[in-house]
Design a protein around this ligand. Structure first.
Ligand SMILES: C[S@@+](CC[C@H](N)C(=O)[O-])C[C@H]1O[C@@H](n2cnc3c(N)ncnc32)[C@H](O)[C@@H]1O
Length: 252
């Protein structure tokens, strides 16, 4: 084990995760049980150091193993589960927009809680990468920064949204300052979109990096939402500067 907390149970309403390989283990402390042996990569000499490190980390990551056994498409699913366990904002019947959705872990969780088929709620996801459809959700394959993206999302959701989720992250270039600016560009665009589409009381959740949210954006969020929080779920790797900002109680 890595010393990290193991994956916790799936969202409150979770039963069967749609579009997953298997039923979600909604039991207590769902995920790996007992001690895990550390796996070493045997083909080290054929790989670059960074690729060996990445592979070893994947092989030894309890969230990767749990996601596989519980039918989630990504370990990222646990981040949304944990954030929602703490802040409890996802509900059956909501209209949820999911920016940067591939491969689909967050969409699975959103669908499982919103239950669009039963409640008439909606989950609309966008990514420029391909994504296998998650049943009961709508997927748009498009760059969110494309001029048409806001309109396409608005049409698909068909009204005001209750929740806008963004887990968007551009591929890193390895240049710290450039990477930071690119991420912040996406966060700001997601935020501008959210304030256009959210209904009163709505929630905006976005991945941010470095020391949290830039001052100007944080000030804007504090004006637009009654409660603003930074949160780093256990499933977010400790050595990553990734964290999430959440605005709750949108003041329209
Ligand atoms: C960390 S992954 C999201 C994982 C996802 N939350 C899940 O649970 O499977 C980040 C995603 O953001 C997407 N992304 C980055 N920039 C984007 C953009 N401009 N438009 C759409 N998607 C974008 C990437 O393609 C990538 O799939």
């Amino acid at each position: 084990m890595t010393g990290k907390k193991p994956p916790k149970a799936v969202g409150k309403n979770a039963r069967t995760i749609k579009g997953g390989a298997s039923a979600a283990g909604g039991g207590k402390g769902g995920g790996p049980r007992g001690a895990q042996k550390t796996v070493r990569v045997k083909t080290r000499e054929k790989r670059s150091i960074s690729s060996s490190r990445w592979l070893e980390r994947q092989l030894n990551d309890p969230y990767v193993a749990a996601a596989k056994s519980e039918g989630f498409r990504s370990r990222a699913a646990y981040k949304l589960i944990q954030i929602n366990e703490e802040l409890d904002f996802l509900r059956p019947g909501q209209r949820v927009i999911n920016l940067g959705a591939a491969p689909g872990g967050w969409t699975q969780i959103a669908v499982d809680i919103v239950q669009p088929g039963r409640t008439g709620g909606k989950v609309v996801a966008i990514d420029y990468l391909e994504m296998v459809d998650v049943p009961e959700s709508t997927f748009i394959q498009l760059d969110f920064m494309d001029n048409d993206a806001p309109q396409r999302l608005m049409e698909a959701i068909g009204g005001a949204a209750d929740v806008v989720l963004s887990d968007m992250a551009p591929p890193t270039m390895g240049h710290r300052k450039t990477d930071h600016l690119r991420v912040m560009g996406l966060v700001e665009a997601a935020y501008e979109f959210a304030v256009e589409i959210l209904s009163p009381g709505g929630v905006f959740l976005s991945k941010v990096f470095m020391g949290g949210t830039e001052k100007d954006l944080l000030n804007a969020l504090k004006k637009d939402f009654s409660k603003v929080k930074h949160i780093k779920p256990h499933a977010s790797r400790a050595d990553s500067s990734e964290m999430y900002v959440v605005g709750m109680g949108f003041r329209s």
